[in-house]
Design a protein around this ligand. Structure first.
Ligand code: ZN
Length: 425
């Protein structure tokens, strides 16, 4: 049922994505100039070094390892280790923060002493730090060269979106991104069997081959109950590079408020005038909406605003209250940790705290409360305002930008329709 169309570096799409299609390159010019002078032959390079010049040790930080113990295994004395750690400020590389499971590489001189020349520590798939241990001791942070590839994928939903994404061998992050893009349009907990989607997205690769995560979701069509819902990512602020999703008529998919203060999570208790309180064991009004989420999940401000309370009470636990306009105020309870201060301005989607169970709570969740003109209400029963519309001045360039993307989505959608028709006959 699921057909994946791979369109690696499809020139058709690249025309419209050149500004995002850059690749970052290793900045170590010193080693590069060395290589330029070397005779032309096949050399293996890593982290900006030509490996054949060294004895290379690849390893992983094990439990109980620390920088000194690793160095000790390679013949560096405690006195030398002390000198190294004193020469490099924590802000450049913190030797105390070497984590179990992280890969590292040691390059040793190819002479009789075989002293380590460099220690390379990988922070993640892309970022690493090189610590030079030779005559001059210094460290520098660098990135592996990343290439961005554009892909196209489509699927037909049998049970859930996440399962379809998973079966197609796609990054699970795509589910979150789609749920985010369509939060006001499609309820992904209630999607129908037979709903279809088609996505144009970008992925990051290291050395052209190692997958390093999702870069962006550029265009989507989601066919829900036979109705197509388009979404195109477009830059609305050239200064900050902020993007937003719009439909085929340039209408924003965003609203003034996010649908929920946490990502793609289950409502565990709705707003109600009367419910049995699980902690206090008595009937009382529940003037909030509870979202179950695991401890530490980031909590977002649902709209732009100013923090008017960031505090702790016995009932609320750690909580934050935000004033958005003279009309609207929201509050977020039971945080394990607060991340904002009173008076601070926040943007829609900005992290204001983390899910916990402080105060009167049976388990980790966020209780989301909503006021209109000082009166507590159920936000899902309100007619809430739209987000700012797309400025007229950028509309014509937007339509130009999406025209080929839309043709691409529609073409493959027609193909999909034929497949569906065939398989059901
Ligand atoms: Zn609640």
């Amino acid at each position: 049922m699921i057909k994946i169309y791979l369109a690696f570096l499809c020139p058709f799409i690249l025309v419209f994505s050149c500004q995002n299609n850059n690749s970052t390159t290793d900045t170590n010019t010193k080693e590069e100039s060395q290589i330029a002078k070397a005779p032309v032959e096949k050399t293996i390079k890593a982290y900006g070094f030509t490996l054949k010049h060294y004895e290379v040790v690849n390893d992983t930080v094990s439990k109980g390892d620390f920088f000194g113990s690793i160095m000790d295994k390679h013949g560096v004395t405690p006195r030398e280790v002390y000198q190294i750690t004193q020469s490099i400020p924590d802000t450049i590389f913190d030797f105390k923060r070497i984590n179990v499971g992280k890969p590292y590489t040691i390059l040793k001189n190819k002479d009789s002493l075989a002293k380590p020349y460099a220690f390379i520590y990988e922070h993640n798939k892309i970022d690493y730090t090189k610590v030079f241990l030779g005559d001059s001791i210094y460290a520098e942070r660098a990135k592996k060269p990343v290439t961005i590839k554009t892909r196209t994928a489509s699927g037909v939903i049998n049970s859930s979106l996440s399962l379809t994404i998973d079966e197609a061998g796609l990054d699970y992050m795509l589910t979150n991104r789609l749920a985010d893009i369509y939060q006001w349009t499609i309820d992904f907990f209630r999607i129908q069997k037979g709903d279809q989607f088609k996505i144009v997205f970008k992925e990051k690769y290291i050395n052209d081959s190692i997958y390093a995560g999702l870069e962006s979701v550029d265009a989507v069509v989601f066919i829900h109950e036979n109705e197509p819902y388009y979404a195109f990512e477009y830059e609305v602020d050239s200064l900050t590079g902020r993007t937003e999703y719009f439909d085929e008529n340039a209408k924003t998919l965003r609203r003034f408020f996010l649908k929920a203060p946490v990502q793609y999570s289950r409502i565990s208790s709705r707003y109600s005038p009367r419910r049995f309180h699980p902690v206090q064991r008595r009937w009382k009004a529940h003037k909030g909406t509870d979202y179950a989420a695991s401890r530490g999940t980031p909590i977002w401000s649902t709209a732009d605003g100013v923090v008017i309370k960031s505090s702790y009470t016995r009932g609320n636990g750690n909580y934050v209250k935000i004033k958005h306009t003279n009309k609207y105020t929201t509050q977020y309870l039971h945080m394990t940790k607060r991340a904002v201060k009173v008076g601070q301005r926040v943007k829609q989607g900005e992290v204001i705290g983390y899910v916990g169970s402080t105060g009167l709570a049976t388990g980790p969740h966020v209780c989301y409360r909503f006021w209109v003109h000082g009166r507590q209400v159920d936000p899902y029963k309100q007619d809430l305002p739209d987000a700012k519309p797309m400025p007229e001045s950028i509309k014509s360039s937007y339509f130009e930008f999406i025209s080929n993307l839309k043709t691409k989505l529609d073409q493959d959608f027609l193909e999909m329709e034929t497949q569906v028709a065939n398989s059901s006959s």
